[in-house]
Design a protein around this ligand. Sequence first.
Ligand code: GUN
Length: 283
Amino acid sequence: MAQIIDGKAISQIVKDEVKSEVLKLSQKGITVGLAVIIVGDDPASRVYVNNKKKACEALGLISREYALSKDTTNDELLELIKKLNCDDEIDGILVQLPLPSHLDEKLIINSISPNKDVDAFHPQNVGKIMIGDYTFAPCTPAGVMELLSKSSIDVSGKECVIVGRSNIVGKPMSMLMLHKNATVTVCHSKTADLKEVVRRADIVVAAVGKPNFITADMIKEGAVVIDVGINRLENGKLCGDVNFEEVSKKASFITPVPGGVGPMTIAMLMKNTLASAKAKHNL
Ligand code: GUN
């Protein structure tokens, strides 16, 4: 039976570290601030934004929320971002995605100052991740790396197979693992013989968005299995991309859903915002 990687407990350790650094900065008169912009009334986005606000408050960060109506224009949004880019109290700017379809997501993301882009979605930050010279890594893959390191799982020299090639998870995940000297394979919907490729993995990262997609026959005995998926089933229950029931009997370590990668994402957002404030003050 696999050892369960407790994302809730590990995220709390990260948040405690951030909280103590934020406190130390405040004693020097330095504040750390995050602005979150939400456009429209998507209920899932609302929950995520509320959670980000709560985390800021718990860790002593300044939190500002801009809840804009669903018919906000590109120009109005660009104007707000321009102001926040120059706002000294704000170290991180996050535009909650997805945006309503009339808005130009690329244009909006590109308008965020790369120094305040705590999601690491701006092309300049994406490029910096590619060359291994970055202040921010996207929160979800960064959270996976933190889960592995805090569980004393070394990726150096390991066969790491990532299932999913999104810009937010799969692609940056591959770079973070490569920088730590893993041998990385990225699989996707067109991969021939996916099962055989995943079976080679010492570490599997599942980020496909399909419930129970990774089954025990795809997993090598003793592999580490990280489940990034958050799928809502018809019965309302949350479920990952990994069939936990059967894979946990074969893996050495596994993350549950919920309570695995999910809680790490916000913790890493807090850590990125702190990193931005430190960089601004050359600390
Ligand atoms: N929507 C779902 N996940 C994310 C995220 O990590 N960042 C932003 N900005 N929006 C999201």
